[in-house]
Design a protein around this ligand. Structure first.
Ligand code: MG
Length: 131
């Protein structure tokens, strides 16, 4: 009986800790995004939405080139782990430039992402793979 109670409290504690870490991670990430925006807003001489949109395309193009390498679509030899590291950097650049673009354009990226994630979850939950 006591072992079950201890196991219950241990599991509850673990769950609470995991949620707390996720929450703290989310807050820290949000603060970093806001800091990037604050610095950009203070120091970038001009905030042209078309330029920000082009920056997303630039970063996306860099990621596409690396995915081609990862998929073996380039006739070159490379270190796959190095390509994966570079790809993760480029994917992060896409997220950051997208965030800055959303700020320049005056739209709430996180609200839109939250809404779109709900849509994607519902879509995948209804989807049945053909057999
Ligand atoms: Mg880049």
């Amino acid at each position: 009986m006591f072992a079950r109670v201890r196991l219950f409290w241990f599991a509850l504690g673990q769950t609470f800790m995991a949620e707390w870490v996720k929450y703290k991670f989310g807050v820290a990430m949000k603060n970093k995004f806001e800091k990037v925006w604050k610095l950009f807003d203070e120091k970038a001489p001009e905030k042209n939405p078309v330029f920000q949109d082009a920056k997303i395309a630039e970063e996306t193009g860099e990621a596409v080139g690396l995915v081609f390498k990862l998929a073996g679509l380039r006739r070159e030899n490379y270190d796959i782990e190095d390509i994966k590291r570079k790809l993760s950097d480029e994917l992060a650049d896409i997220v950051i430039t997208t965030f800055v673009c959303s700020k320049v354009c005056g739209v709430d990226l996180w609200q839109a992402v939250d809404k779109k994630l709900d849509t994607e979850i519902r879509r995948w939950e209804r989807f049945k793979a053909s057999t």
